[in-house]
Design a protein. Structure first.
Length: 326
């Protein structure tokens, strides 16, 4: 029998159970904590990660706030926001230009803190094209770039292109592009582009006079070849416009359109006795897509070339802009 005062079998078992509970309790708590942490980690992994655009949108300050917060390290803070802008474009699914407003805020910070940067101005012009507001913001950034890099023809070019292509502001585009043609490194086609815009805005005579003056002032054989080609296109366009007027008269007489250019000199509704010669000895034809009369030599008219889808967008954007101006 057990000695007096010694624990009995049941007492020993009860004490052992209590001891086991004291040892295993913390282990169970640790295991539960690990399981909970694993479940939390798994649930967070299942959540969609924010895109670069979403992350950038959370932290873009106003330019002046960024300047104060930079504590004298403006160039470093500008570089940080420039990297964010690049990540927004590179990490976008689909068309990055849909983030035009965000990119404008980022590049505004970059060029306010470090206005002597170069590429970010044109980066904005390329990607900030989702709305008229974004294009106008990009234009303001480009004007800042021109102020700090007045001899760089590229900022002038992108600004003029935006005015013409996106905002249908040909006269403003001419004002921007005309002086750019004389800047170092400017491409030879720039005066020809200006001439086309002049022809579309002020008429062929103005464009022809501009090119003739450029031709008289240059001795560069490559530039002269470009100007002579443009003058030849104007001469061809002038005859094509004569045919346009004859076509309009044909519609009035016949009550229908021509099926081929030769209809203008044939049949009971003929308008012309003979077709004006195509200057290069080729033929006049109807463009299969637009139906316009054109030279088979050039296969296009002398005007700024815009794809039909882009032309539709310009018309949609032109209406709100006109309403705002009025």
């Amino acid at each position: 029998p057990p000695a007096a005062g010694s624990p009995g079998p049941f007492q020993t078992s009860r004490h052992a159970e209590e001891g086991n509970r004291g040892v295993l309790g913390p282990s169970r708590r640790i295991a539960a904590a690990l399981i909970l942490a694993g479940a939390t980690f798994a649930s967070h992994r299942a959540l969609p990660s924010p895109t670069p655009a979403e992350r950038a949108a959370w932290v873009v300050p106003r330019p002046e706030t960024a300047r104060i917060a930079s504590l004298g390290f403006e160039a470093l803070v500008a570089d940080l926001h420039w990297l964010q802008a690049v990540q927004v474009v590179g990490g976008s699914e689909g068309d990055p230009s849909r983030h035009g407003a965000l990119l404008g805020r980022l590049i505004d910070v970059v060029t306010t803190l470090d206005p002597w940067v170069d590429h970010p101005y044109r980066f904005a012009a390329v990607w900030m094209t989702d709305s008229p507001a974004s294009v106008r913001h990009a234009n303001r950034l480009l004007e800042r770039g021109i102020a700090h890099h007045p001899r760089d023809w590229r900022n002038h070019f992108y600004l003029g292109f935006n005015h013409f292509f996106y905002l249908s502001q040909n006269e403003r585009a001419i004002e921007v592009l005309d002086p750019a043609a004389d800047l170092p490194g400017a491409p030879l086609y720039l005066p020809r582009l200006v001439a086309r815009l002049r022809a579309d805005t002020a008429g062929l005579e103005t464009a022809e006079a501009f090119l003739a003056e450029m031709l008289a002032e240059t001795r560069d054989p490559y530039a002269r070849a470009e100007y002579e080609k443009a003058l030849d296109e104007i001469r061809t366009e002038r005859r094509a416009r004569l045919l346009d007027r004859a076509r309009a008269e044909y519609r009035r007489r016949a009550g229908r359109d021509i099926e081929r250019v030769e209809d203008l000199v044939r049949g009971p509704h003929a308008v012309l006795k003979v077709l004006p010669p195509e200057p290069h000895g080729w033929e006049w034809q109807l463009d299969p897509e637009t139906g316009r009369i054109e030279s088979s030599w050039y296969e296009h008219r002398y005007e700024p070339q815009v794809h039909p889808s882009d032309r539709d967008r310009r018309e949609r954007w032109r209406e709100p802009a006109t309403a705002e101006e009025s």
